[in-house]
Design a protein around this ligand. Structure first.
Ligand code: KG4
Ligand code: ZN
Length: 346
């Protein structure tokens, strides 16, 4: 079965074709980063308009890459939420119309389920059940994953998501957009012990997160340092940014690692999966790998290029559902907010 996946929930147009026998046979991605950089963040209307421009050429490229025609497809999967409504509607309209025109089954995919299942794109696939740490620009969750579609949220963020905290801190330091990745690169050069930022909710029981206090602590430190009479912008600023970035990243990573360990203990599961944009963070990946031997568990990440938004994870999630005859034909819909726990079990 060959399934075309369409992802347009935010600022990436992702188109891929997943073959249930051969794996991924086409993968096309267009990132709108340059378009939004001038605004310092995603401009929703600009995002929708650009998806409209790119979606059809990318579908054509994907077919060419796979060496197939549209008529060789067996199904269409498209992200219908959560995300930006205008952007979602582009993928939903094109996906649904294509399915009508080709008389194919179509399936609506939950963006976070796409992230959560992305590690299955790897040759070494994690085994169910597992705990998933889902950390992206809009979500920070720990999920009990019993099987496809059978998800129970164990912990959620009470305010900012982890990626959002990375992005906002990067903005404060004037690092540009998209901030998370730039901040993480800067952190590699910094001293993570220079500032002791709070580890929010770490000493309280439970699996929820909160990152807004950390963000405030970083802001206060930054202001205090740059307003210090002996601060020399030319001489000290670069080092200060590196050390704040490293100390901030350490605080976030410490919190995420601790909560993952707690979730593994609570569920008794032996597999931990990390997914979503923040799972691309090298420090987080290496710290979580260290708990593998300590706790005798296995820790999986998606291949690096499938951590952030892409069409491959949507094609895969859609294929797994279409294989189980879960179709949503003839519906052009978009859900800006949509809980993972309401999904149909596969
Ligand atoms: O999953 P994703 O591409 O989009 C959403 O579904 O939100 O995640 C984007 C988020 C952004 O907040 C970005 O700053 C963060 O992932 N991110 C990172 C890194 N790469 C992307 N955060 C920390 N370290 C990274 N290397
Ligand atoms: Zn995402």
């Amino acid at each position: 079965m060959k399934v075309l996946g369409i992802e347009t929930s935010c600022d990436e147009t992702g188109i891929a074709i997943y073959d249930t026998e051969k794996g991924l046979i086409a993968d096309q991605l267009y990132s709108q980063i340059e378009l939004h950089a001038q605004f310092g963040g995603v401009f929703p209307e600009v995002a929708s308009r650009d998806h409209i421009k790119k979606i059809v050429p990318l579908i054509q490229n994907a077919c060419q890459q796979a060496g197939i025609n549209l008529s060789d497809l067996d199904g269409i999967a498209y992200t219908t939420g959560p995300g930006l409504i205008g952007a979602l509607l582009v993928g939903s309209s094109v996906g649904c119309s294509l399915a009508w025109a080709l008389d194919l089954p179509s399936v609506e995919v939950h963006h976070m389920e796409g992230h959560l299942l992305a590690p299955l794109l790897d040759d070494e696939k994690p085994k169910f059940p597992f705990v998933c740490l889902l950390v992206s620009g809009g979500h920070s969750m720990l999920v009990d994953v019993q099987s496809i579609g059978n998800y129970q949220i164990l912990g959620d963020t009470l305010d900012d998501a982890a990626g959002e905290a990375f992005d906002k801190t990067a903005k404060l330091l004037g690092l540009g957009y998209p901030g998370g990745k730039i901040l993480a690169e800067l952190a590699e050069k910094g001293d993570k012990k220079r500032f002791k930022f709070p580890r929010p909710m770490m000493n309280r029981p439970g699996l929820d997160f909160s990152f807004s206090g950390l963000k405030t602590a970083v802001r206060l430190t930054w202001m205090e340092e740059i307003e210090h009479p002996q601060f020399n912008k030319e001489k000290d600023e670069e080092k200060l940014k590196q050390d704040i970035a490293a100390s901030f990243q350490e605080a976030i990573v410490d919190t995420l690692v601790k909560k993952c360990q707690r979730a593994l203990k609570q569920t008794g599961y032996k597999t931990l999966v990390i997914a979503g944009g923040v799972s691309a963070n090298i420090e987080l990946r290496s710290r979580l790998k260290q708990i593998e031997s300590k706790l005798k568990v296995s820790v999986s990440f998606p291949p690096l290029k499938y951590c952030t938004d892409n069409g491959a994870m949507i094609a895969l999630a859609g294929a797994l559902r279409l294989q189980r005859k879960q179709e949503h034909n003839n519906k052009i819909r978009a859900f800006p907010r949509w809980s993972l726990e309401t999904l149909q079990k596969a």
